[in-house]
Design a protein around this ligand. Structure first.
Ligand SMILES: N[C@@H](CCC(=O)N[C@@H](CS)C(=O)NCC(=O)O)C(=O)O
Length: 206
């Protein structure tokens, strides 16, 4: 069975959402990123020597790392669900453009803001970069329900995950109502709720 190594609310949440959407069977193992130990007491560096989440382990023990690659692997297991456009289609490259944008222009601008050693100056630089990207993004989202085509894709799983970090680092996404509406739309999905609940990110759903 597939196993996803994750940390609650981290970028691994996107892969977790994709797995929930995909209908594939999988198990989860939590990683303590500070100690690099897994919940069952294993050395996470022996799973992913880069030390970060996510990592997807296959039944034969081999491991795939890097969020965008994992997302595309998961989506391609069940093409009928259209979690990613077909390989080779123009839309597929559009999806990859989004994944790359989120990875390099959003995700990695948030990262220093989670680091307690981040100086006020570094913080200001990261916030200013995020603001520029969100101004552009809010404009792109104005006439869109989803990022690619007319249905939910793995790009939405990634953007939803990254947007969720704003509240934790004091970056107010409320300035862009279109982004708030987008978050609510994605959060309402059953698979998204299931992933959030499994990671302990929903207060009370009973
Ligand atoms: N390029 C990697 C980056 C993954 C990443 O930044 N993971 C973060 C959580 S969002 C992490 O595990 N950080 C802990 C660390 O780097 O030690 C990917 O896209 O999968």
């Amino acid at each position: 069975m597939l196993k996803l190594y994750y940390s609650p609310g981290a970028c691994s949440l996107a892969a977790h959402i994709a797995l929930c959407e995909s209908g594939l069977s999988f198990e989860l193992e939590k990683v303590d990123l500070a100690s690099r130990r897994t919940a069952s007491g294993g050395d996470y560096l022996s799973i992913n020597s880069k030390g970060y989440v996510p990592a997807l382990q296959f039944a034969d023990g081999s491991v795939l790392t890097e969020g965008p690659a994992i997302l595309q692997y998961v989506a391609d297991q069940n093409p009928g669900l259209r979690l990613a456009p077909p390989v080779g289609s123009r839309e597929r490259y559009q999806l990859q453009a989004w994944l790359n944008f989120f990875s390099s222009e959003l995700h990695k601008q948030y990262s220093p803001l989670f680091n307690p050693a981040c100086t006020a100056e570094q913080r200001q630089t990261a916030i200013a970069a995020l603001e520029r990207r969100y101004i552009w993004l809010a404009n792109e989202l104005r006439d869109r329900t989803y990022l690619v085509g007319d249905c939910f894709t793995i790009a939405d799983a990634y953007l939803f995950t990254v947007n969720g970090w704003g509240a934790f680092i004091g970056f107010d996404l409320g300035r862009w109502p279109v982004i708030g509406a987008y978050q609510q739309r994605i959060a309402a999905r059953q698979a998204v709720q299931a992933a959030l609940r499994a990671e302990g990110l929903l207060k009370d759903m009973t």
